[in-house]
Design a protein around this ligand. Structure first.
Ligand code: ADP
Length: 429
């Protein structure tokens, strides 16, 4: 086993980072996710590190600068390979940021060739003839064509990426991938000789990802969605640098009281909150209009919930049905409503942890960002998967004294109806 991390990843958003970390853990790599580029070193030893940035839609020059800063920090940790994690729907604009960041990372690593592959067939993302499919639909026919920030109106990834980079972009077609790692490697070399710098790679089944993996052995930079990651750990395992799969998701034992903080208004979260209430759990609703009138609902919620803390989880929620949310947003404005709720829930989460909660579920992507910030969490050790894409994690926070805090950060539509009870059952104490 290596005492230094093997793989250093730079993810262009937070939930994408967790998705990648989750895949690496499932393939047997102990993985630590950081929120932004840390100032110091690693809290825990790890085989892989995923630095979560928020660089997907910021100006390209800023995305490049942040990614290079992350690269510098990862190289100081001694990583042997760098992974630039992009969205599995290749979310980007004609200006970037996939092309400019990939190019800058290649330059900084002194490398002239990499792949760009968002494929993850098990999750409905496949690439054929360089065209990205979302389920049965071409990317350009999927809902992504209406995305507010990064509308994807062209499914031809060679063309999409070529518009963002000065390096030449080529394609490794599926027939080559199907012949296996040696054929893929040979094709990489041929493309390189022709002056191609970035290869889109076809993959229509997860077996393709495992064929591509060995061909990436020793490649300084890999640009990909989270799927390609499942083929990489075997390279280090083959060299004796990584133990057998299993056990990488072990977290410290869970202790303390249980709570849930929910600011997501998605369909799945609404069902989860209803299910929690139907089981008779202790809960406090947070009304954005009362917050806007100056009521200190965070203090009120803590006064109700703290005396009930224990093994049965308590819940604080602003989760509401779409028509209620719309009515609130019409009165307060979307941003003010969001900010008021996020602030209140973050204060509640911090107060709960200070009062003994050591197992916390947060529902909502933006809500998770606000809670993690309020808790001062900078690094997350990734543990067992609860539902696809959502693992338990463990973190240090000044609010929990010297204890570990177990955190599950669930974005919007993830998780089954009984997620708020099922998740705790999966945590070993
Ligand atoms: P999701 O992952 O489901 O998108 P987020 O936490 O990312 O959830 O986003 C939900 C947003 O809605 C947050 O900014 C939150 O503060 C806000 N919000 C939550 N409840 C309400 C509500 N009842 N009325 C208006 N806005 C709300």
């Amino acid at each position: 086993m290596s005492d230094r991390p093997l793989l250093g990843c730079i993810a262009d958003d937070f939930t994408g980072a967790t998705d990648l970390a989750n895949n690496l853990v499932r393939e047997g790599m102990r993985t630590l996710q950081t929120i932004g580029v840390p100032e110091g070193g690693l809290d825990e030893p790890a085989d892989a590190i995923v630095v979560a940035l928020k660089s997907r839609t910021i100006p390209a020059a800023e995305a490049v600068a942040q990614s290079l800063q992350a690269l510098h920090w990862l190289r100081e940790r001694g990583v042997r390979q760098v992974y630039f994690k992009v969205c599995s729907t290749f979310d980007s604009t004609p200006q970037g940021n996939i092309g400019p960041v990939t190019e800058a990372l290649l330059d900084a690593l002194g490398s002239d060739f990499t792949i760009a592959c968002p494929a993850f067939p098990a999750n409905q993302r496949s690439v054929f003839r360089g065209h990205l499919f979302v389920g049965d639909l071409l990317l350009s026919d999927s809902g992504m064509r209406h995305h507010p920030l990064t509308p994807m109106t062209d499914a031809n990834l060679v063309r999409v990426l070529q518009a963002q980079t000065r390096r030449r972009v080529g394609l490794v077609p599926w027939e080559v991938v199907a012949r296996g790692p040696a054929a893929i490697r040979e094709r990489f070399e041929a493309m390189r000789a022709q002056g191609i710098g970035i290869a889109i790679v076809d993959a229509i089944a997860d077996e393709d990802l495992r064929r591509i993996g060995p061909a990436l052995d020793g490649m300084p930079l890999v640009t990909a969605g989270s799927g390609i990651a499942i083929g990489l750990p075997q390279n280090w395992r083959a060299r004796g640098l990584l133990g057998e799969a299993g056990g990488a998701d072990t977290l410290p034992p869970a202790t303390g009281a249980r709570a849930i903080v929910s600011g997501s208004c998605s369909v799945a979260t609404n069902a989860q909150v209803r299910d929690f209430l139907a089981r008779g759990g202790t809960a406090c609703a947070i009304d954005p209009l009362a917050l806007a009138q100056g009521r200190d609902l965070a203090a009120e919620a803590l006064a109700t919930l703290v005396p009930r803390l224990g093994e049965r989880p308590v819940l604080a929620y602003a989760t509401a049905e779409p028509q209620q949310v719309l009515a609130v947003q019409q009165q307060l404005g979307v941003e003010r409503a969001g900010a008021l709720v996020e602030q209140a829930l973050a204060r509640i989460a911090a107060g709960l942890v200070e009062s003994g909660v050591r197992q916390l579920i947060v529902a909502g992507g933006e809500t998770s960002g606000a809670v993690v910030q309020a808790l001062g969490v900078r690094q997350l050790a990734i543990g067992p998967q609860i539902d696809p894409g959502v693992p338990w994690t463990a973190a240090r926070t000044p609010r929990a004294g010297g204890d570990w805090l177990h955190l599950a950060l669930k974005s919007g539509n993830f998780g089954g109806t009984d997620f708020f009870s099922d998740a705790f059952d999966r945590l070993c104490s």
